[in-house]
Design a protein around this ligand. Structure first.
Ligand SMILES: [Zn+2]
Ligand SMILES: [Zn+2]
Ligand SMILES: [Zn+2]
Length: 305
């Protein structure tokens, strides 16, 4: 082969490789469909400006995983805002897409009670796979109204095992146990591998120090880390904060301060309490942290996965 022909062939191969990489990268994506702590915003009973003055509800934290090759989307958590979030998803996807599965992190109201709308009083869904850890599964099986969803086959429970990946179309989803106030269930976060990128989703954890893993190491393994940003700092709510432990954003950024900027840029805080001052886009501390590379999750953000 002449050197000109060889160069041409080499060029073609490079083009084909980059085109297939592009297609690959577009096969899966994620859509942020909620960013708030379990109570959402407005939160019931809050008469302060954080809730009284808002015009539009901010939905409870959830992410839709979109699998374009198979025309389905999966939900991470079933929030009390699921009906509006469903509408939001269909405003950004062709109507040919179907709801696939739901993955639940734990048994606190913001993370599973949306399941009620899959029942006969509302959607009357048919056999939607709901992936749960064993204790969460028992809780749903043994308590109404959730047990009725199972009995009437609106949902179909699938049991997850710690650190064992589930392959679902173009996604691989792995549950990771995290320490949290586990009154009704254990609590997990998820590591998700898409066609091109990966995501860590931990909306609730008590404190990073209580975890048997290092946050920095877990962030280094993924492209995006959507993590607990419930409170900015202590004293934010008028009740003992040790009863509702979360890593303060101020603590998390101290913990990650030695990381290179390229790693810090993977962090997206989410699951904000209505009182979190960093919900204000022009808050000086939010602007400072954004300059350091951190992101604040926004409903409607779509990222390639
Ligand atoms: Zn929560
Ligand atoms: Zn409020
Ligand atoms: Zn919780």
């Amino acid at each position: 082969m002449s050197s000109v022909a060889a160069a041409k062939e080499c060029c073609m191969v490079a083009l084909l490789v980059s085109a297939s990489l592009l297609l690959h990268a577009q096969k899966t994506s994620m859509l942020v469909v909620g960013i708030m702590q379990d109570g959402g915003r407005p939160q019931l009973g809050c008469l302060k400006p954080c809730c009284k003055d808002i015009k539009q509800r901010e939905f409870v934290s959830s992410i839709a995983l979109i699998d374009s090759a198979n025309q389905v989307f999966h939900l991470l958590d079933a929030t009390p805002d699921i009906a509006s979030q469903f509408q939001w998803i269909y405003q950004s996807l062709p109507a040919t897409y179907k709801m696939g599965s739901i993955f639940l992190t734990h048994g606190h109201i913001g993370h599973y009670t949306g399941l009620q709308f899959l029942g006969r009083e509302s959607m009357n869904a048919s056999n939607v796979p709901v992936y749960v850890m064993p204790r969460m599964g028992r809780f749903l099986n043994e308590n109404g109204p959730w047990s009725q969803l199972i009995r009437l086959k609106n949902i179909q429970l699938q049991t997850l095992t710690q650190e064992q990946a589930v392959q679902l179309g173009s996604f691989q989803i792995t549950p990771l146990l995290v320490p949290h106030r586990d009154e009704f269930s254990e609590t997990v976060g998820f590591r998700i591998k898409g066609a091109g990128k990966s995501l860590l989703f931990i909306p609730d954890i008590d404190k990073w120090e209580k975890w048997d893993r290092l946050l920095a190491t877990e962030i280094e393994k993924v492209d995006y880390a959507f993590i607990d940003g419930t409170f900015f700092a202590g004293g934010e709510v008028n009740r003992p904060m040790r009863e509702i432990p979360h890593p303060f954003i101020s603590e998390t950024v101290t913990l990650l301060s030695a990381l290179p900027r390229t790693i810090r840029e993977r962090v997206y805080f989410t699951h904000f309490n209505h009182t979190n001052p960093l919900l204000q886009r022009k808050h000086p501390d939010r602007i400072r942290l954004e300059k350091e590379g951190y992101h604040f999750a926004t409903t409607g953000t779509k990222l390639p996965l």
